[in-house]
Design a protein around this ligand. Structure first.
Ligand SMILES: NC(=O)C1=CN([C@@H]2O[C@H](COP(=O)(O)OP(=O)(O)OC[C@H]3O[C@@H](n4cnc5c(N)ncnc54)[C@H](O)[C@@H]3O)[C@@H](O)[C@H]2O)C=CC1
Ligand SMILES: N[C@@H](CC=O)C(=O)O
Ligand code: NA
Length: 430
């Protein structure tokens, strides 16, 4: 039966995502009311620039005083789409104190201080939902938290940043330059307010920390996630990957150790075979594999960024949180009972593609091979191309510990015959 008294929603931020949230709330008001069992009322919109023309938005709802809005006391749900740490963190905490539940798309904040916010939600008997924070429109948080709650997740691996996927895709397929591709991704609303978060891997690392936490029932802090971005990926790397039948993607990989007693979480560019499903993920799309003991391998795919796709996830959360409120219930909160230790990157085992500039003279190859052998890193293939007394040497290894590979590279840098290490890239998905 439909309740006539509306549930009141406060929207914090009216940028790329907020605008779409307001639009869908208005255009689909009747459907949303029917699905929730009560109408939704957009009770206020906190913005930074009140004078800006916002099509379809009642100027009477707009305020620059976000704090007053969340303190009103009659707000049922606060939707936070401002981004960043402050004032978002204080506004969410204040919302809980004043009785509201919260829907947020803010992965940076959840990775930085999710524990405090989840505890505040719990203390006040309210919900904190954040499906939009990981992989945009793709349902991933709720499937991991709810659908797979009876299984045992072993591994989560995928592309979780739309901007970097867009840039790598453009560089690979149309030969576009890095800056040009980044500008395009920004114009399309994919990039963060400060795109450094995307290209340096901070955004993907935040998502990896959230995913690992949910998948392994363990708190995985942002600092626990090994992070490398795409700023050092060159067109030479992409060409080299192509020669190997691979492409380059920025991957987030969260794994449980074979003995199940620890976990690792990492974000870095990696070469993957063109035959792997992740290789065909284009533009700002995301795709995530979840491997669980009983379910086997599941793949989640869809738009990982952009205003409307992200708003879809926000609205899904809004409906769920409103249903919970009407039922006088809470959805599942944070689950960190397993408390597994997070191992360092050195414990990760994978394959590597190393590109070296060396002197082109007898014995160099043997010297290089000896360094690999001394560090227990077994070589799979070597390709050498010489020119004018110098050569470029590409070594692909078998699986080895990351710590052993780091030791190998350090020793290689110390050889007189090695002029430089042009690139080191992990090889995944084989
Ligand atoms: N754009 C995307 O594709 C996705 C974004 N997200 C997340 O959604 C959130 C919002 O992202 P976007 O909409 O893209 O960013 P945006 O920068 O377009 O929008 C944020 C808005 O908040 C406003 N704002 C800043 N401080 C404020 C304050 N104190 N009070 C009121 N308004 C304030 C800004 O003026 C801006 O209009 C971020 O946490 C982002 O990480 C998540 C998934 C995808
Ligand atoms: N900047 C992010 C937006 C979605 O989370 C991305 O590019 O993936
Ligand atoms: Na999502």
């Amino acid at each position: 039966m439909m309740r006539t008294r509306p549930l009141k929603v406060a929207l914090l931020g009216c940028g790329v995502v907020g605008t779409e949230v307001a639009r869908i709330m208005t255009t689909h008001a009747d459907d949303l009311a029917a699905r929730i069992g009560a109408p939704l009322e957009l009770a206020g919109i906190a913005v930074r620039r009140p004078g800006k023309v916002r099509e379809g938005i009642d100027p009477g709802l707009v305020t620059t005083d976000a704090t007053a809005l969340v303190k009103r006391g009659d707000i049922d749900v606060v939707v936070e789409v401002i981004g960043g740490i402050e004032p978002a963190r204080t506004l969410i905490a204040t919302a809980f104190e004043h009785g509201a539940s919260v829907v947020s798309a803010n992965k940076a904040l959840l990775a930085e201080d999710g524990a405090t916010l989840n505890e505040a939600a719990e203390r006040h008997g309210r919900d904190l939902y954040f499906e939009a924070a990981v992989a945009g429109a793709i349902p991933l948080v709720r499937p991991l938290r709810e659908s797979l709650a009876g299984d045992h997740v072993q591994r989560v691996l995928g592309i979780v940043n739309g901007t970097t996927n867009f840039i790598l895709d453009r560089m690979d397929t149309s030969g576009a330059g890095y800056s040009e591709a980044l500008d395009e991704a920004t114009a399309l609303g994919y990039a963060e307010a400060d795109p450094t978060a995307d290209v340096e891997g901070f955004d993907a690392a935040a998502k990896a920390s959230i995913l690992a936490g949910i998948a392994f029932h363990t708190r995985v802090r942002l600092d626990d996630v090994h992070r490398e971005g795409i700023t050092e990926v060159t067109s030479a790397d992409l060409a080299s990957a192509k020669r190997m039948g691979c492409t380059v993607k920025l991957l987030a990989i969260c794994e449980r150790a074979a003995d199940g007693k620890s976990v690792t979480a990492r974000v870095h560019p990696a070469m993957i075979p063109l035959s792997h499903p992740l290789a065909s993920v284009r533009e700002a799309y995301n795709a995530v594999f979840v491997e669980a003991e009983a379910a086997g391998q599941l793949m989640f795919y869809g738009p990982g960024a952009g205003g409307a796709p992200t708003a879809s996830a926000v609205l899904g959360d809004l409906v769920a949180v409103c249903r919970n409120r009407l039922a006088g219930a809470r959805g599942p909160g944070e689950s960190v009972y397993a408390r597994l230790p997070v191992s360092p990157m050195g414990d990760v085992v994978t394959r590597y593609h190393i590109s070296l500039d060396v002197a082109d003279k007898p014995g160099v190859l043997a010297q290089v091979a000896t360094v690999f052998a001394e560090h227990g890193v077994s070589i799979d293939t070597v390709r050498q191309k010489g020119k004018d007394g110098e050569a470029s040497l590409v070594v692909v290894t078998h699986r080895a510990f990351d710590a052993a590979l780091s030791g190998t590279v350090e020793a290689l840098r110390g050889l007189d015959t090695v002029r430089g290490v042009a690139s080191i890239m992990r090889v995944e998905g084989e």
